[in-house]
Design a protein around this ligand. Structure first.
Ligand SMILES: NC(=O)c1ccc[n+]([C@@H]2O[C@H](COP(=O)([O-])OP(=O)(O)OC[C@H]3O[C@@H](n4cnc5c(N)ncnc54)[C@H](O)[C@@H]3O)[C@@H](O)[C@H]2O)c1
Length: 331
């Protein structure tokens, strides 16, 4: 099996690459290293079955050829993380919309009909209520158009529309996955991802910074579970042309998460609250609750998460502690 992963040096992309290499597949990753790193792919960079190209999916002239060679394509490349979304709104639209369109168009042109999985996001559900978010729900597009905060959700929604359209018009076998918060080793806290940020702060003895009142809830999925779900969906004929939630449905408040990380790290760091207006900008609309309905994922591929949130924090502590403590020791 030949696998192409866009964004393959990123957090989820590099875990997908490792998963497929362990299965004996050939893996080709393309990434512009904007948030991805060579460190993420270092554990398997020298594998004879692995190939890496540093390139931008918007301009890479090897894209059609790479797609023509691939049996499976995971389109993971995107501008992600709230800090990048707020500071690089044009890049969000260029990569997430035009980049997705280019990947799908080149895949259709390749003529080989590779199985394509397009990464979307739970952000498309918008600022909605407390219920489990189901794929059949109407989506809420926030109308505060003066703010580019919504570019990410809009770009992911456009990516879904492109995926469904190419699937129908060009007979391309596409599945859209709405990923809910995925976390684990290799995820960077630099772009606004909460779990690695808390783990780093607790490890360094710094205050754990909770944005807003901390009563917002999130559901975190271990990256190993997400990767397994993506693979199962890519192998499923029943998932072709479908939009499917991927995540874990155990919800926790961000304040409880901070306290859990603190206690698992054995840290005496205080927990402090930072208003959204300071963390982001005045008028920022925080999402209150995020919890996936996983019935469709279970029905299609029989998926059940295997890792608890505690497992994920344990893995993150093991990954982050040595570098954080090393950084502290060298001042
Ligand atoms: N991690 C999550 O919780 C989560 C939740 C919802 C959706 N997603 C989606 O999953 C995918 C992977 O996210 P991630 O968490 O691994 O983030 P990530 O930032 O680690 O991965 C994205 C990768 O894409 C690369 N990239 C960005 N622009 C590119 C371009 N123009 N050309 C080539 N490469 C480019 C980056 O360098 C990075 O390696 C994204 O599509 C994201 O929207 C992730």
């Amino acid at each position: 099996m030949r696998v192409l992963i866009t964004g393959g040096a990123g957090f989820i992309g590099s875990h997908l690459a490792e998963f497929h290499l362990e299965r004996g597949d050939e893996v080709h990753c393309v990434d512009d290293l904007s948030t991805g790193t060579l460190e993420n792919i270092a554990p398997f960079r020298d594998s004879p079955e692995f190939r890496f190209d540093r390139a931008d999916i918007l301009t890479w002239d090897g894209l059609t050829e790479a797609l023509a060679r691939a049996d499976r394509v995971y389109h993971m490349a995107a501008v992600v993380g709230m800090f990048r979304v707020l500071t690089e709104p044009e890049a969000v639209l260029a990569t997430n919309v035009a980049g997705t369109e280019r990947v799908l168009r080149c895949a259709a042109e390749a003529g080989s009909r590779p199985r394509v999985l397009v990464a979307s996001s739970s952000e498309v559900y918008g600022p909605v209520g407390t219920h489990r978010l189901d794929e059949t729900d109407a989506l809420l597009v926030h109308c505060d158009t003066a703010k580019t905060q919504w570019n990410y959700a809009l770009s992911k929604l456009a990516g879904e529309a492109l995926g469904i359209t190419y699937s129908g018009s060009f007979d391309l076998p596409v599945t859209i996955v709405r990923l809910f918060n995925t976390t684990g080793p290799r995820q960077s806290g630099r772009y606004g991802m909460v779990v690695p940020r808390f783990v780093r702060q607790a490890t360094l003895g710094e205050p754990l910074t909770v944005f807003g009142d901390g009563l917002q809830t999130r559901s975190f999925c271990h990256v190993g579970d997400s990767v397994r779900a993506l693979h199962l969906l890519c192998e499923s004929d029943a998932a072709e042309g479908e939009i499917v939630n991927v995540g874990n449905d155990r919800a926790i408040t961000v304040l409880d998460l901070a306290n859990l990380v603190r206690s698992m790290a054995g840290s005496s760091s205080p927990v402090i609250f930072v208003p959204d207006s300071e963390a982001y900008y005045h008028g920022f609309v925080g999402i209150r609750h995020r919890k996936p309905a996983l019935d469709k994922l279970k029905r299609l591929v029989g998926f059940e998460p295997e890792h608890t949130l505690e497992d994920t924090i344990t893995d993150l502590l093991a990954a982050i502690r040595p570098t954080a403590e090393g950084a502290r020791a060298t001042g």
